[in-house]
Design a protein around this ligand. Structure first.
Ligand code: SAH
Length: 347
């Protein structure tokens, strides 16, 4: 697919053209990864964060937010609960928290892998190659790190670099891949000052990085961040990508076309814009994964990367029942097993 074709779809409001896109994405999804929808239990294990990301409510400047770090025993209980729900994967996500030390995370991964058959996905931000290698050695299977935007100037504006830190996440993604992780990335859609060309380049970068997992969601302004303030948008409105539901479906469908066998989740950020039917629409337009939340209810509201997150008042069991119902309602089946990236199963 050329840049022009990608741009054409991104800017299109022609219903028949969009219908063609949805159908193409759905067909490629069915052919490449089948009808199974894999469930990944999401555990938000720490809300501590040392970064200043101007989009994220967990940023270090948000002193009003009460922070938590889940104790190991509680994490293990949640992992076992996920297993009892039939999930094949647990995703451990957190702010960038140096309190989650190399040893602590490695021990946790070893314990989960020792006590359960679960695949372990880590999403712990930008960590050193030594940390990443130690966790891979301990048995972690997958790593998620969104590059957020492929435009270096925009990235630097929204994601201040730590002294001695990496200038962008793209090189780190290549390291993650070289360590043998299934590698996931993605972007936010409608970041203030993100242009159509930026977003088209993001989709081209999915293809170039040959990602195993691609997660995309709308940018949702958070009042405790710089980008959540009025006036954050400065470019001409016709240049600005809207942070809408429709744009998110388009990017998801195009991601399916450029990376046919990737695992693509129907993300919570999208479900926040359309809780009644957003997940089902994602699954019909390229997605094949959902991430029911396993985080204990007492922590959920505190993991506020953006406001009004979907499913914040539900228990883990509610989320499981809800996801099963949604998957069956559109004639799909709940995936069994770990739901590894297809190419890995073939290897
Ligand atoms: N600390 C980890 C996990 C962060 S949360 C990391 O940085 O990788 C995971 C994702 O949530 C981020 O990568 C970002 O794309 C998304 N996110 C953060 N703030 C958001 C917002 N205001 N609106 C929409 N998505 C957001």
């Amino acid at each position: 697919m050329t840049r022009e074709q990608i741009l054409n779809y991104l800017k299109s409001s022609d219903e028949s053209q969009l219908e063609t896109l949805w159908q193409a994405a759905d067909e490629v999804r069915r052919r490449e990864v089948g009808d199974a929808v894999h469930l990944r239990g999401l555990l938000e294990i720490s809300s501590h964060c040392i970064r200043e990301c101007h989009y994220c409510g967990l940023n270090i400047g948000n002193t009003a937010l009460m922070r938590y770090r889940m104790p190991v025993e509680e994490i293990m209980a949640c992992a076992h609960e996920g297993l009892s729900f039939g999930y094949g994967t647990v995703v451990l996500q957190a702010g960038e928290d140096p309190g989650l030390t190399r040893q602590w995370v490695a021990d946790l991964v070893r314990r989960i892998k020792g006590e359960t058959p679960l695949a372990v996905t880590l999403s712990l931000g930008e960590r050193s190659e030594e940390d990443l290698a130690a966790w891979r050695e301990a048995g972690a299977d997958r790593y998620l790190l969104r590059f957020e935007t492929s435009n270096p100037a925009l990235y630097q504006r929204i994601h201040p670099v730590l002294p001695g830190g990496v200038p962008d996440r793209i090189a780190l993604l290549r390291t993650i891949k070289a360590l043998g992780y299934e590698t996931g990335s993605g972007v936010m859609i409608g970041i203030p000052d993100q242009t159509w060309d930026d977003l088209a380049a993001d989709i081209e970068l999915f293809r170039e990085l040959d990602l195993d997992m691609i997660g995309v969601g709308p940018f949702i302004p958070h009042g405790a961040t710089l980008l959540g303030q009025k006036g954050a948008w400065t470019i001409a409105t016709e240049e600005q990508v809207p942070n809408t539901e429709l744009m998110t479906y388009k990017v998801m469908a195009l991601a399916r076309l450029v990376c046919p066998s990737a695992n693509i989740p129907a993300t919570t950020a999208l479900a926040t814009l359309n809780t009644p039917t957003g997940r089902e629409l994602c699954l019909s337009r390229g997605a094949n994964v959902v991430m029911p939340n396993l985080t204990p209810k007492k922590y959920r509201a505190l993991y506020e990367i953006y406001p009004s997150k979907a499913c914040i008042d539900e228990t883990a069991a509610d989320c499981r029942a809800c996801m099963h119902g949604r998957i069956r309602s559109i004639g799909r089946e709940v995936g069994r097993g770990r739901g590894d990236a297809p190419r890995r199963q073939l290897a």
